[in-house]
Design a binder for this molecule. Structure first.
Ligand SMILES: *Cc1c(COP(=O)(O)O)cnc(C)c1O
Length: 428
């Protein structure tokens, strides 16, 4: 974030007040300079260790075309978790061979669609999924590169909803079943065991879990090689999860991460791949919102703003903290404030007990760290229209996705469903 000559907040040389004037609020604003620089920092950290990183950006963090196209132009691939995300990645110019498909609940038709497209790898999460994938590959007459996503049984210090690498949760194939999974792949003529991977969780702030997980993967690798089950293996995938700073956390420095895993990666002789989402795009985005009303209730000061939990679910879903900065510097005493949205839920808040000056109605607030898991988790709850998305870079701004219209809300509605029930059609 920068300050404009008039003291107001700017991003990439663009005034946020101008963005609000042109595109209204609430609006997500993404700084593509930040996105590019974080991609470079991550890749350089691994390159310096002599283990060039393959980046497979986790589309679920933010699937906006402008974000995907920017990453595609940097050579990144994509990690997808649905057929919809595959379509988003392909239309943004990410080639199929750079797309990996993750997810614990892929449907038969999604497997068909992705097998036909010929993705870089499909990462399986259960023995039954391998079964189904083998049948689909045979039926389609296609060879499929398979990744085994191992659950290495590593606990992480993050919010329980985003911890994914410990035993007893739904993700991955438990390490002790990985041998059976590799045997099953070896027994399927159309399947090749291409990637051994893990994804431990999100918002990880220390390299230790990656080191622990990698150790588990290397143990497995040795066992699989001993059983001649790893002859085609090419890639070690360490997943996503690299944390960022929301408040006062020390974020995980990619150089520390690369240093922690490089020796193990080198020893494996495999290419190293990661699936970062939040790290790349989280700090690149802000949610621009406007104060609608102020009120005092129950001894508390409330700011009612025009963005709600349907636009940014993280505070109500994970009790997440997002820093907030008034776009125009405000004077006056700072007091504890509840920042709440218009949605009819008490849980619809963006900040609780936050030190903010008494902002007047009409004031603009920038909610920071809103580039990841923000727009992509949004909904139409309360029949609210999804906000606009704007990208900024080198002093210019452009609309990346228009605010939804009322028509958008009803586009898929059948005009007169009640008539389809009416008696003149006879009993069914
Ligand atoms: C969500 C997810 C990621 C990305 O996680 P971040 O914390 O955003 O980096 C990567 N891989 C898989 C399999 C995921 O489900």
């Amino acid at each position: 974030m920068t300050r404009e000559p008039d003291g107001s907040l700017g991003m990439a040389g663009v005034s946020l007040a101008d963005v609000a004037r042109e595109f209204d609020t609430p609006t997500f604003v993404y700084n593509l300079e930040v996105l590019r620089s974080r991609h470079d920092i991550l890749c350089q950290a691994f390159a310096r260790q002599g283990v060039p990183l393959r980046v497979r950006y986790a589309v679920k963090a933010n699937g906006s075309r402008a974000i995907l196209e920017t990453l595609a132009s940097l050579g990144a691939g994509a990690d997808i978790v649905s057929g919809g995300e595959m379509a988003a990645a392909l239309r943004a110019g990410i080639s199929a061979d750079r797309i990996v498909y993750s997810g614990v609940g892929k449907t038969g038709s999604e497997l068909e669609e992705t097998v036909r497209t010929g993705l870089g790898a499909i990462h399986v999460e259960s023995l039954e999924e391998i079964d189904l994938l083998a049948r689909v590959a045979k039926r389609e007459g296609r060879d499929v590169a398979v990744g085994i996503r191992v659950n290495p049984g590593v606990t992480t210090e993050t919010h329980p909803y985003i911890s994914t690498g410990q035993f007893g949760i739904k993700f991955g194939i438990p390490a002790d079943q990985a041998g059976a999974a590799a045997e099953q792949i070896a027994a399927s003529p159309r399947l090749t065991f291409h990637t051994l991977g893990m994804h431990l969780g999100s918002q990880l702030l220390v390299p230790t879990p990656y080191g622990d997980g990698l150790e588990c993967l290397l143990d497995l690798l040795a066992q699989l090689r001993g059983r001649h089950l790893a002859g085609d293996l090419q890639v070690l995938d360490l997943g996503g999860g690299i944390g960022m700073r929301f408040r006062d956390e020390s974020p995980l420095d990619p150089r520390d991460l690369a240093a922690a895993v490089a020796p193990g990666v080198r020893k494996s002789g495999l290419a190293v791949q990661m699936e970062p989402g939040r790290y790349l795009v989280g700090p690149a985005g802000v949610l621009l919102t406007r104060v609608l009303y102020r009120k005092h209730s129950g001894g508390k000061d409330f700011l009612v703003v025009d963005a709600g939990m349907n636009d940014l679910a993280r505070p109500s879903l994970y009790q997440a903290y997002h820093h907030m900065v008034p776009v125009h510097p405000a004077s006056g005493p700072v007091g504890p404030t509840e920042v709440v949205g218009p949605v009819c839920e008490t849980g619809d808040w963006l900040a609780r007990d936050r030190g903010l000056p008494a902002l007047p109605a009409g004031a603009l607030l920038a909610v920071l760290g809103a580039g990841a898991y923000a727009y992509s988790m949004g909904s139409n709850y309360n029949l609210r229209r999804r906000p606009a998305e704007v990208v900024v870079s080198e002093g210019r701004s452009a609309l990346a996705r228009a605010r939804e219209t009322v028509d958008d809300l009803f586009r898929r509605e059948v005009p007169d469903p009640l008539s389809l029930l009416s008696s003149d059609r006879g009993p069914s």
